[in-house]
Design a protein around this ligand. Structure first.
Ligand code: COA
Length: 242
């Protein structure tokens, strides 16, 4: 069992985090095969894909980047896993005094910088027709986070270094968000990659409802995976506003 410790990620760690993501999703049917068919010719461009995404979402106040840190053989800290959790709904709204929060400015600036960066250094590992397929699919299923599901801790990205998998790191990173959801009295949710459904069931997600591939015209239609899993609010838990 891994003795890793969880903590918030630092901005300076984003390149290492991007590398963990690139390696973990290398053989994934969506982020690997479909989006990055030329990844073996241009492996560094896959790291860049994840890095650009992370540099923008890092400044989004709804997001929490959690890293699992362990020691390598030389005793140095290494990042063995990463989870990107988002607090959706009213509970994740901009806090009072938001105007003075520096992220207010950094997020749009970072977004502009990364768009320019991608224009100057295009992702050669990707298929240009599918590179933004995930973003284009959101409108087809984002309505699922409404009514009793509107308040949720959502696990957007979970990745464990391939040589650290099977040691409980993924479970720890999932439990972090399930704990937050329980404390807030809201549900937790995740879109499962193909083949990871059983992992999420074992972690405690007890309901499957909706899919990231649903809806007429959804660019992800026909792609394997994408089932959405939920962990409901406990009946006796409080809820937002109570
Ligand atoms: C999926 C992933 C996060 C799991 O992390 P992990 O640290 O290897 O998982 P854990 O060691 O905590 O496993 C917990 C349990 O789930 C099981 N499990 C893990 N991956 C599984 C899989 N793909 N299918 C079925 N069961 C799985 C483990 O066997 C273990 O079961 P046990 O408690 O009965 O022994 C990791 O394999 C990964 O990063 N994969 C590539 C990226 C990815 O697909 N991320 C998920 C995107 S939605």
């Amino acid at each position: 069992m891994s003795q890793c410790v969880l903590r918030n990620a630092r901005y300076s760690e984003l390149p290492e985090i991007a590398r963990v993501m690139a390696h973990a999703f290398w053989d994934d049917n969506l982020f690997g095969d479909l989006i990055h068919p030329h990844r073996n010719e241009y492996p560094d461009d896959v790291d860049l894909y994840w890095l650009r995404r992370a540099r923008v979402s890092f400044w989004n106040h709804r997001w929490q980047f959690i890293v699992a840190v362990d020691k390598d053989e030389a005793g140095h800290d290494i990042i063995v896993g990463i989870a990107q959790w988002a607090r959706l709904g009213e509970g994740g709204r901009q806090p009072r005094g938001w105007y003075w929060d520096f992220r207010h400015v950094l997020k749009p600036l970072s977004s502009l910088a990364m768009t320019t960066h991608a224009w100057l250094w295009p992702n050669r590992a990707s298929d240009t027709t599918t590179e933004d397929i995930v973003e284009r699919s959101y409108p087809y299923f984002s309505m699922l986070w409404t009514d009793k599901r509107a308040e949720s801790w959502f696990l957007d990205v979970l990745a464990v270094r391939p040589d650290s998998q099977g040691k409980g790191v993924g479970t720890k990173l999932v439990q972090w968000g399930l704990g937050k959801a329980e404390a807030d009295g809201v549900c937790a949710s995740v879109i499962s990659a193909f083949g990871k459904e059983e992992f999420y069931s074992k972690c405690g997600f007890d309901e499957q409802y909706g899919s990231a591939t649903q809806g007429e015209g959804n660019p992800l239609a026909g792609i394997k995976g994408g089932d959405i899993y939920w962990k409901a609010v406990r009946e006796d838990a409080g809820s937002i506003g109570e």
